[in-house]
Design a protein. Structure first.
Length: 201
């Protein structure tokens, strides 16, 4: 998965990069429980669930055949990743985001540029600069803080970085946002970082 694929994933699920821009103001944070299916750059498919500041993100990745599940605490700014490692049982590792990423929705800043529509819903358009992409990015955010679509331009061509394809609002089971019973998270050893090059480099 290329770097801007990871970027679109983080932007779409309610995170953002460190940004810079004039007249920036706080962007809406997710306020509703929901489950969504989405597509990121390079055709990466994912599912996202949100419950009271907790996110569960399931992503299919080429180098991890069974995919990867991330449990993200937006308030604590922490993340635990569950993954299958060749020759080992499924493990849970604590990870820090690379420099340039920010967890907290409360810290997202952008410039409100108008209204738009995505997935049949009216949304507010927020524009911000993304240092890692070196391009301005625009997100379509619902009134209850759900990012439905994120776009940018690359080589003067419009690019959809993230787009929700299905969205269902409603209560989510709190258990899916915690580690399975008996499993403990460990720090990600440096020797294993090559398994997730796009996330930790």
């Amino acid at each position: 998965m290329r770097r801007h694929g990871i970027a679109s994933l983080m932007l779409g699920i309610g995170m953002s990069f460190n940004i810079a821009g004039l007249a920036a103001e706080p962007m809406p944070a997710p306020a509703a429980d929901y489950r969504a299916k989405a597509r990121a750059a390079q055709g990466v498919e994912m599912s996202v669930a949100h419950h009271q500041g907790q996110l569960r993100v399931e992503v299919a990745t080429g180098n991890l055949p069974e995919g990867m599940v991330s449990l993200i605490d937006l308030n604590r700014r922490g993340m635990v990743v569950l993954m299958d490692v060749p020759g080992m049982d499924r493990i849970a590792v604590e990870m820090e985001m690379p420099p340039g990423f920010a967890f907290s929705d409360a810290g997202r800043q952008g410039t409100h540029t108008g209204t738009g529509e995505a997935l049949g819903e009216t949304c507010e358009l927020w524009r911000f600069e993304v240092k890692a992409l070196n391009q301005p990015v625009e997100s379509c955010v619902t009134a209850d803080g759900i990012v439905l679509r994120t776009t940018t331009s690359m080589g003067s061509k419009p690019v959809v970085l993230f787009e929700v394809t299905e969205l269902t609002r409603g209560p989510q089971d709190p258990a899916q946002f915690t580690l399975p019973k008996g499993m403990k998270a460990r720090k990600l050893p440096a020797s294993m970082r090559s398994l997730l090059p796009d996330l930790v480099r």
